[in-house]
Design a binder for this molecule. Sequence first.
Ligand code: ATP
Ligand code: MG
Length: 259
Amino acid sequence: MDLRFESVSKAYRRPDGSDMVALENIDLQVPHGEFVALLGASGCGKSTLLEIVAGLQAPTSGSVVLGDERLRGPHPSVSVVFQEDSTLPWRTVLDNVAFGLQMHHVDRSTIERTTREMIALVGLTGFEGAYPHQLSGGMRQRVAIARTLVLNPQVLLMDEPFGALDEQTRFVLGEELLRIWRETGATILFVTHSVHEAVQLADRIVVLSPRPGRIKTVIANDLRRPRHELDDPVRYAALVTELREAIGMTARPPATGAP
Ligand SMILES: Nc1ncnc2c1ncn2[C@@H]1O[C@H](COP(=O)(O)OP(=O)(O)OP(=O)(O)O)[C@@H](O)[C@H]1O
Ligand SMILES: [Mg+2]
């Protein structure tokens, strides 16, 4: 099912009563199964946009449409993975991953089978009985991803899911996410601050500009996967430069003036 944003705007009320326009006229079509990165400076409305798709916020105007259904709240085909650790500390890995299915009153043998499949998919076989505090940050994010995937979402929303992790772990989890994405065929909207992460992962990169949050540009990423900087350094560097310029991350000296 394709996902469509139709002139989505969102204003928040400031304490003084005035409006703060967080998103303005977002128009975007995301074909089913596409991996889209949302890139932009802090405060440009990336999380707000995901929260609208997740049904956690209502747009002030415009709409988000999945297939031919206008989203008006949380939808069973749409799931979110947040940046912060969302595992339940008192539950084992197995019970964390099973949680969503237990809520849906799925029968026990299906829960057991599906949960073990998802744990295998995220590479945590052998850790079913562990508690979150016995795992590394990267492993806890794998649990969070597995918890979401058991619900078999058509649309997976990820708000800086690897933001709290070191660069190496981030890269490894990124490659694993790509494998999972291929196996599940889900559409992914992935928020990141990182130009390199966007280049590693996405088919298309949507660059937002702040206050009001607007789509500044949409850049197709046609680098062949797996994308390592050294495989095609010229095109990789060109894409990174284009994205840095789009988000205003340029370090050029001033054109005029002394010295
Ligand atoms: N619940 C809220 N009430 C009022 N203002 C909000 C609320 N949530 C976000 N905002 C404002 O909306 C703007 C966009 O916020 P948002 O969290 O969507 O940005 P972001 O791009 O995700 O930023 P970051 O990269 O720092 O996570 C910001 O100016 C923020 O202050
Ligand atoms: Mg955010």
